[in-house]
Ligand binder design. Structure first.
Ligand code: HEM
Length: 260
């Protein structure tokens, strides 16, 4: 694939800007998820307020555009640079060979893409998404001031107490960390920061962000996988002031929940 130099630069800038916006989303998502460590009630109230806000549809549309343009332009820039290398046009400094991190960008990007699809199906469109389905998922609903709200906290615990699920998450988060380790400093350079001192700072920030995001996001599946808070969750949820909607017989343990 070949792009004119100007189109290629425009696409690189778009990849960089969309990548930095994804950082913004990830920071917000991580801070919100920290409420999982505070307790079921604060997390469920936060998630409910977020998902019941009518502006969520606009925010989701913006997210789709940001992620979509990052993926499309990222693929186009990668293919164009491969094409240039094959034709011998690529200008490279022999002393700085491409590291394995740079070479793995399309692969880590693909893993993250597949992870996001799985993650959205699993949580956003997971059990309890459709209110009419709650007859079979009574335990995944609570009432707050008379209104049924999703018990997303319990869904997170049900998912992450499953070791296979949690290990998959940690692998995906490591891939995300490897992607970020190159992505952040690359975006800063694309956006015009060529000053040696600032660029070196951006390189360090890139590694630091990669570690913080990998460890931070992995802490949720690891925490629930190791602590296995089965009974504690059910007790905690039952003692939350809001009452569990008794649509079905209450299962004795999380294993009995038919969570698809
Ligand atoms: C590992 C810890 C994570 C936890 C516990 C978590 C939890 C959740 C939950 C509960 C939802 C559903 C909220 C709703 O119903 O709208 C959600 C949605 C979402 N998550 Fe995560 N998440 C994690 C990591 C990530 C990562 C690393 C990414 C991106 C790379 C991500 C991207 C998304 C997206 C795009 C949505 C849909 C947002 C929307 O449409 O409103 N999540 N997450």
């Amino acid at each position: 694939m070949s792009l004119t130099p100007n189109t290629n630069i425009a696409k690189k800038i778009l990849t960089a800007v969309s990548g930095l916006l994804i950082f913004g989303f990830l920071t917000g998502h991580f801070l919100g998820n920290l409420l999982l460590f505070v307790g079921a009630e604060p997390f469920n109230i936060y998630a409910h307020q977020l998902t019941s806000n009518p502006l969520i549809y606009l925010a989701e549309l913006i997210l789709v555009i940001i992620f979509g343009s990052h993926i499309v332009t990222g693929i186009q820039v990668t293919l164009a640079s491969r094409g240039a290398r094959k034709k011998g046009y690529e200008v490279r400094n022999e002393r700085t060979p491409k590291s394995w991190i740079v070479k793995s960008m399309p692969y880590t990007g693909t893993i993250i893409f597949l992870f996001i699809i799985f993650h959205i199906i699993s949580f956003k469109f997971g059990p309890g998404f459709d209110e009419s389905a709650r007859i079979n998922e009574g335990m995944l609903y609570l009432t707050m001031e008379g209104e049924p709200i999703r018990d997303l906290y319990k869904l997170v615990v049900v998912r992450f107490t499953n070791p296979a699920y949690s290990i998959f998450y940690v692998i995906a988060m490591i891939s995300m960390g490897i992607h970020i380790a190159h992505a952040f400093q690359s975006a800063i350079r694309t956006l015009g920061v060529t000053n040696k001192t600032y660029y070196q700072l951006a390189q360090k920030a890139s590694i630091a962000l990669a570690v913080v995001f990998t460890v931070g996001f992995s802490s949720f599946p690891l925490y629930f996988m190791v602590s296995q808070p089965e009974l504690a969750v059910i007790e905690e949820v039952e003692t939350v002031e809001s009452e569990v909607i008794e649509m079905n017989e209450v299962p004795a343990s999380i294993e009995e929940l038919d969570v698809k």
